[in-house]
Design a protein around this ligand. Structure first.
Ligand code: 13P
Ligand code: SF4
Length: 354
């Protein structure tokens, strides 16, 4: 829907008043009405890297979800303030691994006698606490655009990986990019005693996958892939690695949001694409590439927005920018120094991956 012209004018005026004092980052899943005000757009890796790109900006307004704003706070200097326009913009996947559960898991691994061989690799989509745990235990963060490199690095450090919290990204990367088999992976269920696994199962596994997932990408099924191939002959199926393994295995291409955009930019005229990721991005790409005669459809028949990404709307952005322009700091995301130091270690290991 078109943005309210009054709100657009207010956002523009507040941004102009703030000038170089504000730097607005926007994840690709953000609404059109919000993304138009982003100074930089990107996938989670690019935004983590770019957060530190404007050290002169006093405020970083993060149009994305809570774990991204936390990561930006960790990676920027102490006098830069990160603002999340709606504090309710969380991520259900990140919430699936709490600090207590992960500490308990480490005890289980210790009791099974394997903790010393295990390197934690945590998806960006996790709380700062989980990132700190990862840093403390010699592990790294990864995103969907560098998960393979992160796993390669981790298997140079140890024999096993504890992958948190997205089982699908972990499994897909292990099997698709690392040549492991499904039997090399076990699923650790934090709601069951000992994760629902025997010590023997843990000792035999190479990849210990945390039982988390993204409910948005979880909607895509093998049926969605088969249906679209039937409906649109010659269609290229391109999905995000947060999709289930069977969906990724049936797709033609797999990658992060930034990868998806690049793939469509490089696609020939007249090509047809079915995209398995969040709907704001797919709609924007369908509109953008319609002029180049590229047919882009959403992979599923149902509508899949990320409800928490969508919480950042134009009214919230206007409120955030106007408050900052009036000298009022609101919705600051601040990670405590102890957590920050360990989480930063893990994030910096990611940034140093080849
Ligand atoms: P990327 O933009 O890194 O592909 O991540 C997608 C996502 O789910 C962010 O929450
Ligand atoms: Fe979290 Fe999924 Fe939304 Fe990404 S799309 S922010 S993983 S709920």
């Amino acid at each position: 829907s078109p943005s309210d012209p009054d709100l657009v004018a207010r956002a523009r005026a507040a941004k102009e008043k703030l000038g170089d004092k504000v730097f607005v980052l926007g994840h690709h899943y953000q609404r059109d009405e919000v993304i138009q005000f982003a100074d930089v757009t990107g996938d989670s890796f690019k935004l983590a890297r770019d957060a530190a790109a404007k050290p002169e900006a006093e405020y970083i307004v993060f149009c994305g979800v809570h774990f991204m704003a936390e990561s930006a706070d960790i990676l920027t200097s102490d006098d830069q303030k990160v603002v999340l326009p709606d504090l309710a913009a969380g991520c259900s996947m990140a919430d699936m691994a709490t600090a207590e559960q992960v500490a308990e898991c480490w005890d289980v691994l210790t009791e099974a006698g394997i903790a010393e061989q295990v390197v934690p690799v945590s998806y960006m989509n996790s709380s700062a606490d989980i990132k700190a745990f990862t840093g403390k235990h010699g592990g790294t963060i990864c995103t969907s655009s560098n998960a393979k490199k992160a796993l390669e690095w981790a298997f140079e450090q140890g024999e096993k990986v504890l992958f948190l919290p997205d089982q699908h990204l972990g499994r897909n990367t292990a099997v698709r990019d690392m040549g492991m088999s499904l039997e090399d992976c076990v699923l650790y269920n934090p709601h069951k005693p000992n994760g629902g696994l025997t010590a023997e199962e843990l000792r035999d596994a190479k990849m210990i996958l945390w039982r988390g997932h993204c409910s948005v990408h979880g909607r895509f099924s093998l049926d969605s892939v088969n249906d679209v191939r039937e409906r649109i002959p010659g269609v290229n199926v391109l999905v995000h690695p947060e999709c289930k393994h069977e969906v990724v295995a049936a797709a033609d291409y797999v990658g992060s949001t930034e990868y998806i955009i690049k793939a469509l930019e490089a696609a020939p005229r007249g090509s047809k694409w079915a995209i398995g990721t969040e709907l704001n991005l797919v709609r924007r790409l369908a509109n953008r590439f319609a002029e180049e005669d590229k047919e882009i459809v959403f992979l599923d028949k149902t509508v899949c927005f990320c409800s928490t990404m969508n919480r950042i709307d134009l009214p919230h952005l206007v409120w955030a920018l106007e408050s900052l322009a009036d000298g009022k700091l609101i919705n600051q995301i601040q990670v405590d120094p102890e957590t920050e130091s360990f989480a930063k270690l893990a994030l910096e290991r990611m940034l140093a991956l080849p």
